[in-house]
Design a protein around this ligand. Structure first.
Ligand code: BDR
Ligand code: CA
Length: 303
């Protein structure tokens, strides 16, 4: 099994990624931490707890940063709705979050494991940047960071920047310079791996989980006639099916100010960083395999 921690801001596609990570037997999800992003951290924490409760899981949830390191907080409620996860009636009797902050919980969980663990951030990287400044020793216990965020092409916030990196570019800059291998699961593949209208129709019919995911995904503002982007789910697909994703190794820098703030600049020619590498950038994906896998995964869930 692959031991992971997810740092999330649910968020519709975060909820779908959590669904896969909680239920896939090859993944051992140890901890969920939350961050402000799509909506405020109170709401992202509540939404993470709704997903945990939906599956009657006992995976702990710890609430994290209320705002980015430096930049003022701006949510994405226009895409994810006021609650961050609209369209489905979740149970009201939610479990409680841990009685410690995300940074403390991350530190404790990472240090408690003998094996190195994989971090999977699907929100902005504020908690992880704070963790690295407070407890630099955790870095030696992290296998790699498989992060949704960034783009080599156009952004979805500004022409240059993707939402998670744009939300906290200073945190992203710290994470990309932490000396830990990163897999950048960015818009270059997540805008290709759309759930097609035909897949969404099938999803609704599979079981209650399929209906829940269908009902929240159709409320996502990230849709077109071609299908629905479920960005964060690509991280879990990558962990399980790296053969379906093409990557290129390079150095990635994060721009922290000016009109390109939040841009992830890939040194594709190796000219600026002399061929040094800090990131495997996902550049292409088998979107048919992604659709098929998504439906298969949900069909196996007994709920
Ligand atoms: C990212 O932004 C958020 O709105 C989504 O949940 C995803 O993590 C896509 O740019
Ligand atoms: Ca997200």
């Amino acid at each position: 099994t692959i031991k992971i921690i997810m740092d999330t801001d649910p968020g519709i596609d975060d909820a779908a990624a959590l669904t896969m990570a909680i239920n896939d037997p090859q993944i051992d999800l140890k901890l969920i931490t939350t961050v402000a992003g799509n909506v405020t951290v109170d709401k992202t924490t509540k939404n993470a707890l709704k997903i945990v409760r939906f599956f009657n899981s006992d995976i702990p949830v710890a609430a994290g940063a209320e705002q980015p390191l430096i930049k003022p907080f701006e949510d994405a409620a226009r895409i994810h709705g006021e609650s961050g996860m609209p369209g489905y009636d979740f149970p009201e009797d939610l479990p409680k979050p841990l009685n410690k902050t995300a940074v403390e919980a991350l530190h404790d969980e990472i240090m408690a494991n003998d094996e190195k663990i994989t971090l999977v951030p699907t929100g902005s990287y504020t908690n992880i940047a704070l963790l690295f400044s407070e407890y630099p020793e955790v870095k030696d216990h992290i296998e790699r960071i498989v992060a949704m965020g960034g783009t080599l092409g156009y952004g979805n916030m500004t022409s240059a920047a993707e939402f998670n990196v744009f939300t906290d570019p200073h945190a992203a800059n710290i994470v990309y310079n932490a000396g830990i291998p990163i897999v950048m699961v960015g818009l270059d593949i997540t805008m290709k791996a759309l759930l097609t209208p035909a897949s969404l129709e099938k999803l609704e019919q599979l079981n209650e989980t399929g209906k829940m995911l269908h009902d929240i995904i159709i409320h996502d503002g990230d849709q077109s006639d071609a299908g629905s982007a479920v960005h964060d789910v690509n991280t879990i697909f990558y962990l399980l099916h790296p053969e379906a994703i093409k990557t290129e190794d390079m150095w990635v820098d994060v721009v922290t100010d000016g009109p390109a703030m939040g841009e992830t600049v890939g040194d594709i020619r190796g000219a600026y960083h002399d061929g040094k590498i800090n990131t495997s950038v996902c550049v292409d994906i088998d979107d048919e395999a992604f659709n098929k896998w998504f439906l298969d995964e949900v069909s196996k869930i007994n709920q």
